[in-house]
Ligand binder design. Structure first.
Ligand code: ATP
Length: 371
């Protein structure tokens, strides 16, 4: 039931060679993208990478400099914004302050000449969906941030677009509410079954929400994939570093055989036992997630690759886990995420600053990157 995982499925939205220039500046640089029906697709990237510009072109608020795209088999080049099967929800929500919730939500339908009784029914249905049926007589200033967000969502959904475009939909909410609202947004999307395209700069949000993510950098896609693919199998240093945190070691391929590679790095020899093809002597990078490293006070029983010794230089206590910043004997810094080992009696940590520690990791954990 996930067409984006089916290589034979027909894309619902096809973006082909889209470029957008503002004068001499290229905001979106010749991108291709397939999005499937029912996806909750995230465009993720830092400030200025071009994600909003791409969304605005889909909405028809901005014309591409070159390239084309289609939605549900229809070429969009000559279709004005108001005739597109899309609707946009803005971060600012742009609710009319003098109108009640129900008037705000029904406004677009009224403008399109939908009969009054039908407007009432559709507004009621959609307010039920976003659980605001008891708030319909309120005005925007009588709503919380989360409620305003849901009104904006209801207003965007009530016209039943084929594609809903959301620019930083949770950006105005505080962290706690944002996390809670992520699940609501996913549930609502699943219920209505409309394709959502979400722009966000928040990688955790993208990981939680998405069927798939396109990581954007300087007007292009660095990688497109499911949250798991992007996190577990980043294809570049940029993606490995942008999604979650990671240790990156520079190195040179020391030995390459059919089923494993050894790389000499600043953190010592790293053995990797999963698929890749590289040349002996090639300069490469190793990405190693902090949570894939084991931290102990006891030295390993036998010497081997994928081990290092160092001293705890900093500890970031996060409650469930701590981040230990370990300086290896050769000066390299390695971050390790480990469960907190607290002695209940005197409430001190079992591993603390300035202590000698040993690091080790499995040969399936490092990711070899050539760019
Ligand atoms: P943010 O998260 O900061 O909004 P973004 O990835 O959404 O970033 P865009 O709004 O798509 O970024 O803008 C991409 C680049 O294009 C930016 O460098 C921006 O300054 C530039 N840009 C956007 N709109 C225009 C415009 N109308 N005229 C000139 N430059 C523009």
């Amino acid at each position: 039931d996930s067409p984006w995982l089916d290589p034979d499925a027909e894309p619902f939205i096809k973006v082909r060679g889209i470029t957008k220039k503002f004068g001499a500046f290229t905001a979106v640089n010749n991108v291709d993208l397939d999005i499937y029906r029912g996806e909750l697709f995230c465009l993720l990237g830092g400030s200025g990478c071009g994600k909003s510009t791409l969304l605005r072109m889909l909405a028809g608020f901005e014309q591409p400099t070159s390239g084309s795209f289609s939605i549900d088999g229809v070429e969009m080049a000559n279709v004005p914004a108001y005739e597109r099967p899309t609707n946009m929800m803005f971060q600012s929500y742009a609710l009319f302050p003098h109108m009640t919730v129900e008037k705000n939500v029904g406004y677009g339908l009224k403008q399109s000449g939908v009969p009054k009784s039908e407007i009432e029914d559709r507004v009621n249905d959609i307010l039920k969906l976003v659980e605001l049926q008891d708030f319909k007589k309120r005005k925007p200033h009588q709503l919380s941030g989360g409620q305003s967000q849901r009104v904006a969502l209801a207003r965007a959904l009530v016209k039943e677009p084929k594609v809903l475009l959301l620019d930083e939909p949770l950006g105005a909410l505080d962290k706690r509410l944002r996390e809670q609202t992520q699940f609501e947004l996913m549930n609502i999307q699943e219920k209505v079954g409309i394709t959502f395209i979400v722009v966000t700069h928040d990688q955790e949000e993208a990981m939680t929400l998405s069927t798939r993510i396109a990581v954007m950098d300087a007007g292009q896609f660095s990688q497109i994939g499911t949250p798991t693919e992007i996190y577990e199998f980043p294809e570049s240093r940029f993606v490995a570093d942008f999604i979650g945190s990671t240790n990156i070691f520079e190195g040179r391929v020391a030995e390459e055989s059919g089923d494993h590679v050894t790389v000499d790095t600043e953190a010592g020899p790293v053995l990797i036992d999963h698929g890749m093809s590289v040349q002996n002597g090639a300069r490469v990078f190793i990405a190693l997630r902090p949570e894939k490293i084991q931290l102990t006070k006891e030295p390993p029983v036998a010497a081997g690759p994928n081990q290092a010794k160092g001293v705890v230089e900093d500890i970031g206590y996060l409650g469930d886990v701590s981040i230990y910043r370990v300086r290896l004997d050769n000066g390299t810094l390695v971050d390790v995420t480990a469960p907190n080992l607290v002695r209940p009696k005197n409430r001190t940590h079992k591993i603390t600053w300035e202590e000698d520690v040993y690091l080790s990791w499995s040969a399936s954990s490092p990711i070899l990157l050539t760019k």
